[in-house]
Write a protein that binds this ligand. Structure first.
Ligand code: TRP
Length: 452
């Protein structure tokens, strides 16, 4: 298989960039900082890093090897190993989860489009106070048409790329734009670390206060580790299926995990120094990044240029993630239900758009769907992130770990990986640590009733 066919990635670097493109997105830049802020900082960050190493990397390897072995979609991969068993429902849950995640993710991706437009218009060029920036965020997100239209536009963009197949769209876009995004982030980190609040920001992120490790914080850290690496719902199974047989899976997987985690930490290094400099609250919720960043663009030379670059590239990073989410659902309908690709793309996109509407309207447009400071009620969007991003991914990841560890068999998976370093450790992690730790976090959370 030396010439790349339409369904395969053309090169290893192409695959790494596409898988990293899936992993790197709003999860790193938007979800990580606000979850860290809500979860009290250091202890959460440490738990997140531990979960990346002990659960994320092993499950990533399990998904990639299962995907390449079967060359199939999230459901078909289970069927290829054990035909006609209930295991396929683990894949089925993944397809549903992809649908659910994309429906709220596209709303936030829509906000980045609005912000890119505003940046181009010079809105952030003169710098903004936190108050003005917060007000701007409220205006962007609480409308009844804007957020819905932008989420819809983002979904259409995603659908157009997914319709084009793997190598054409996904690979070419990721190859050029991810490295550019990385450079812009480094420049922003440089600026942030020289602000007055840098010390406080670093302390918040890296000095753990273990009394803050509540069941909810552990759940947030586990969910974030899985979410950020695109695990627990079959995205990496599906991408693994597009990977050629002679590729080195461990190198691909570990590179993706390192890039992804690095970018999340960089985002933290941008946001928290700026946050403490301007005196904003870490518990800013889903608006955190959008409110804090516009306060520092004028502190950069060519601030307007950087604000445009940042929001456009964030939008593109989000696009390489939404592509992988939509691809999981579409690959299921094409592979299992035998739908033509074109029909699968548009029917699925329309369905996701319908579920995106209540999330888009939950930032103030419709009171019943929005957060309520008095009752402590969370917004519809927050709930979607908790249900799909934390709970469903955790259940899915445990299912995948058990399936690969016991049903397909750790030895068979290792054979597919060929040169896995620390193979024995991986086997123990996938068979014992992953399922037990995930179930323990879920049980702990439910048993203590610590949901909110
Ligand atoms: N990991 C992506 C991010 O951090 C989001 C994402 C893409 C995802 N595909 C996924 C999350 C599959 C969970 C599962 O932005």
């Amino acid at each position: 298989m030396s010439t790349p066919s339409a369904g395969k990635f053309g090169s290893r670097i192409g695959f790494i960039l596409a898988a990293a493109g899936s992993a790197i997105g709003l999860g790193n830049i938007w979800r990580f900082p606000y979850t860290a802020g809500e979860s009290g900082g250091g202890a959460f960050v440490l738990a997140y890093l531990l979960f990346v190493v002990l659960i994320g990397v092993p499950v990533l390897m399990a998904e990639l090897s299962l995907g390449r072995k079967s060359g199939s979609n999230a459901v078909g991969a289970f069927r290829a190993i054990v035909p006609d068993s209930a295991w396929r429902y683990v894949g089925g849950l993944g397809v549903l989860t992809g649908f659910g995640i994309l429906a709220f993710y596209s709303v936030v991706a829509g906000w980045t489009l609005s912000y890119a437009w505003d940046a181009a218009m010079g809105t952030f060029a003169d710098g903004m106070s936190v108050e003005a920036s917060g007000k701007h965020f409220g205006e962007v997100t609480s409308g009844t048409t804007g957020p819905v239209v932008f989420a819809g536009a983002f979904l259409v963009l995603t659908a157009l790329v997914v319709r084009g197949g793997v190598s054409g769209g996904i690979e070419r876009a990721s190859k050029i734009l991810m490295p550019v995004f990385f450079v812009v982030l480094i420049i922003l980190v440089g600026r942030s670390l020289t602000l007055d609040g840098a010390g406080k920001g670093l302390e918040f992120l890296f000095s753990p206060d273990f009394s803050k490790l509540t069941p909810l914080v552990l759940m947030n850290a586990l969910g974030q580790a899985l979410f950020s690496l695109s695990l627990g719902m079959g995205a990496m199974i599906t991408y693994g299926g597009y990977l050629k047989k002679d590729e080195n899976l461990p190198i691909a997987g570990i590179s993706v995990a390192i890039f992804d985690t690095l970018i999340a930490i960089l985002a933290g290094l941008i946001i928290f120094p700026a946050l403490f400099t301007v005196g904003a609250e870490p518990k800013g919720g889903p608006g955190l990044v959008f409110v804090v960043l516009p306060t520092i663009f004028d502190k950069l030379p060519a601030g307007q240029f950087f604000s445009v670059a940042f929001y456009s590239l964030l939008g593109i990073a989000a696009l390489t993630s939404t592509i992988s989410l939509l691809e999981v659902v579409v690959a299921y309908f094409v592979g299992e239900r035998k739908w033509p690709r074109e029909r699968a793309v548009w029917v699925v996109t329309a369905g996701i758009f319908l579920l995106a509407i209540p999330s888009a309207l939950s930032m103030g447009a419709v009171e019943a769907l929005s957060e309520n400071a008095e009752t402590g009620a969370k917004s519809f969007l927050d709930w979607q992130s908790i249900i799909w991003g934390n709970i469903a991914l955790s259940v899915g990841a445990a299912g995948i770990a058990i399936f690969v560890g016991y049903k397909w068999g750790a030895k068979a998976a290792l054979e597919e990986m060929r040169t896995m370093p620390l193979a024995g450790a991986w086997e123990n992690l996938i068979k014992y640590v992953c399922p037990l730790a995930i179930v323990a976090v879920l049980v702990y959370l439910v048993a203590t009733g610590n949901w909110l």
